[in-house]
Write a protein that binds this ligand. Sequence first.
Ligand code: HEC
Ligand code: HEC
Ligand code: HEC
Ligand code: HEC
Ligand code: HEC
Length: 317
Amino acid sequence: MKLNRNHHKNNQTIAFPWSIWSSIFLNKRIWIYRLRSFLAVFSAFFLTSIPLCYGSDKHPETLKQLIEMYDPTGCRECHEDIYDQWQNSHHARSITGIFMERYLKKGHLSVKDPRNATKKNFPCFKCHLPQLEKATDAVAAEIAEVILNNDKATMKKLNISCMVCHQDKAVVHGFPESNVMYGPKAEKEYPEKEHMRVKKSPFMTQAAMCGQCHGLGPIFEFEYPIQCATLYGSYLHAYIPSGGTQTCQECHMKKADHTCPPNFNDRKDVSERLRQALPLEVDTLSYRFQPFEKIFVSTIVVKTKITSKAGHRIPDG
Ligand code: HEC
Ligand code: HEC
Ligand code: HEC
Ligand code: HEC
Ligand code: HEC
């Protein structure tokens, strides 16, 4: 501190000698050179940054901007398998099956004119489309219009995309850095120009990561409290206290499978999973019961025991 103060008092030492300035100003060559290198750096920055700009601190003002900011289609080029798995998952269709149009037509979340809708009309999107939080109310009004017009093509583009999990929901303390994808390992080095930066986030492999949306119970932060998913509550209060050790990812994302089964549209796979998860033991005993002389009643005792191997109540929501 002392040094600094002295520095301020002594103006002469920080003033640039005029001769240096004049030589810079007068020397055209230096200027042309500077302009050229500035343009080169500027255009290089723009060319590389536009397609890689996955900002987590931007505030979209139109629905188009919101969709573009979270558009995962570019990820498919290099992460094809994961992209295709994700596209078959419930996360990729997180608002199409939740009856939002009914809520917008009737009850306390309804609006007379979709243009009057604000983010407050969409408490459900806290988990079904969390990126809306960053957008303006004008975007919420556009979404209300999309839903009430039953514009399915646009609704499908509004989902829990890669960036929701790998940026917004990937860090617990502080805020995610923009242009950084957070991964479970992020161990390979690769040139930055091929990809936005990648960082390791230990949170990605913890149950609480999923718990952010998979619910503890009622949510009181809204004017009208709501409740949807409660499964994470069951995981914390029943599975863990009774000695459970696995995470959601270990049971639902084996080998980073982004389909996140169960997928109730795949009935065969669901039955197989349930058969393994809920083993049924059956013990039977049959005998003839003779209450009176010459009267025989055939009797059978069936003892069944279903053991749940799941990490929570099932079914749960
Ligand atoms: C619901 C949240 C969620 C969504 C959506 C999601 N991921 Fe992931 N992703 C995870 C989690 C959690 C892991 C870590 C799984 C583990 O290692 O246990 C992961 C792992 C990965 C990995 C590392 C794979 C490996 O082999 O370890 C890549 C790459 C990845 N995701 C890319 C994507 C891409 C691309 C998308 C979009 C198409 C996407 N993710 C969508 C949660 C998500
Ligand atoms: C040009 C190719 C390319 C594109 C496009 C691309 N990635 Fe990657 N990504 C890579 C490479 C290479 C790695 C590092 C090697 C690895 O982990 O497999 C990587 C690693 C990752 C990781 C870290 C995985 C870990 O091990 O922790 C995540 C998460 C990820 N990418 C997500 C995405 C998402 C989301 C998108 C779309 C927004 C995307 N990537 C687009 C090439 C790409
Ligand atoms: C951003 C919020 C969010 C995060 C984070 C999230 N999920 Fe989900 N998940 C949802 C929503 C919303 C649905 C229901 C989508 C629908 O069908 O409308 C869902 C659906 C699912 C389903 C399918 C449920 C069914 O009924 O078939 C599974 C399984 C699942 N998630 C597992 C996970 C796991 C494991 C993680 C952590 C790696 C995770 N989710 C992280 C919001 C989230
Ligand atoms: C020990 C393994 C295990 C753990 C840990 C686990 N699950 Fe499950 N989960 C299952 C099984 C088994 C089912 C039954 C359905 C199936 O797999 O087909 C299931 C079903 C589900 C469903 C479908 C909805 C329902 O009510 O049946 C969701 C969503 C889900 N789990 C999410 C999670 C989340 C989020 C976590 C972490 C908080 C988690 N699970 C932890 C094994 C597990
Ligand atoms: C705390 C986060 C959260 C909030 C808030 C929330 N949901 Fe959900 N919702 C989920 C998750 C996670 C799932 C998937 C859970 C499962 O299957 O176990 C889900 C599943 C659903 C499903 C079943 C979807 C399907 O495809 O099977 C419907 C319908 C639904 N939610 C409607 C709503 C409505 C309507 C609201 C607002 C009134 C709402 N949710 C608020 C997290 C939430």
